[in-house]
Design a protein around this ligand. Structure first.
Ligand code: G3P
Ligand code: CA
Length: 329
């Protein structure tokens, strides 16, 4: 009798352990890897090559920062400027503005396509920002439009059977508005043309400008999954309002970290506050070659993805985060 009870207890505890394991894997699988400007740790950011590499690395989402050209084509590029990732200063030296910068909106899509894209550099001294990445000035990379990138990602999804999503960002809507350009409306139209309309459509739309993201939900009635990007510490006081129109937040990862006590990180209440409001949390940017307060990339991933319990990460190194999460599941 005693033996039978012991066996039952043993089997019950084993099944509980395995049940716990299932719950853990399920939870881990909900964390998403967002290829930040593509696999930009390896190939110049926002090039089609960086996006194809991120796709092959099995990122869950691939990011597109968006700026309009002179002829209203949404271009995939991080800034409203061209001179820190292209050879515009050599090819169009007479097209700079008074501030010595070259602006995407001053060039047609046709002109933009003639530029060579390179690894990010400081336009004042020509120095490459991330020294150990793809060598500046090498290769044959070009700018492209949002439509071109969506067609590649959707084409690769069709050819591989994968279902990798897009994560576009409306860049500097106020700047575009001053130039009498409707970046948001144009981007929403392109997204809709390619089948991205609702939360089920594998597209997450992000913006730093809170007024614009709220306008996208309330005035433009978008049903897409919306992420409110956060830049400043005081943004954390606006969470309740963000939750009225957004589905998630994208904070700078340092907004999640608090003091280090006895060698262990502690956390601000940002993630738990967001979770209480039903918001997902996707911090930026996980860079294996810019660790700052972390002693290794492993420590950064463990601290933020597991201990702080966020739902995703923007990373220049999608392969490393995919492998980390796979190992945890
Ligand atoms: O969009 C989130 C992440 O990309 C951080 O912002 O400046 O790299 O576009 P940024
Ligand atoms: Ca971005």
């Amino acid at each position: 009798m005693f033996k039978t009870v012991s066996i039952i207890l043993l089997l019950t505890s084993l099944s509980l352990i395995s049940c716990k394991k299932d719950i853990k894997s399920e939870k881990m699988n909900t964390k998403i890897v967002i290829a930040h400007r593509g696999a930009s740790g390896y190939v110049p950011e926002h090039t089609m090559e960086a996006k194809a590499m991120a796709f092959a690395m099995n990122a869950d989402f691939i990011e597109q920062d968006l700026v309009l050209s002179k002829d209203d084509v949404p271009i995939v590029i991080h800034d409203i400027y061209l001179d820190d990732v292209t050879d515009v200063a050599t090819k169009f030296s007479n097209r700079k503005r008074k501030d010595n910068r070259y602006y995407v909106i001053d060039f047609t899509f046709k002109e933009l396509q003639t530029l060579a894209v390179t690894e990010r550099f400081n336009p004042k001294n020509g120095e490459q920002i991330y020294k150990k990445r793809f060598p500046k000035g090498k290769g044959n990379f070009k700018l492209h439009s949002l439509s071109q990138e969506i067609e590649m990602i959707q084409g690769l999804n069709a050819a591989t059977g994968k279902n990798i999503g897009i994560y576009p960002e409306i860049k500097e809507p106020a700047f575009h508005k001053t130039a009498e350009k409707n970046l948001t409306e144009i981007v929403l139209k392109v997204l809709s043309n390619y089948g991205y309309n609702t939360k089920e459509d594998n597209c997450i739309l992000q913006c730093f400008d809170a007024k614009e993201l709220e306008r996208i939900r309330v005035e433009l009635k978008s049903e897409l999954f919306l992420v409110q990007l956060m830049e400043f510490p005081e943004d954390s006081k606006k969470l309740k309002h963000f939750a009225t129109y957004a589905n998630g937040i994208g904070p700078w990862y340092k907004q999640i970290l608090d003091k280090k006590i006895d060698g262990k990180f502690t956390f601000t209440s940002l993630v738990s506050d967001a979770h209480t409001l039903g918001l997902k949390v996707h911090p930026y940017t996980f860079r294996a070659d810019a660790l700052d307060e972390f002693s290794s990339f492993e420590e950064m991933m463990e601290t933020l993805l597991i201990e702080a319990n966020v739902e995703g990460a923007f990373t220049d190194f999608p392969d490393l985060v995919v492998a980390f999460l796979k190992n945890k599941s």
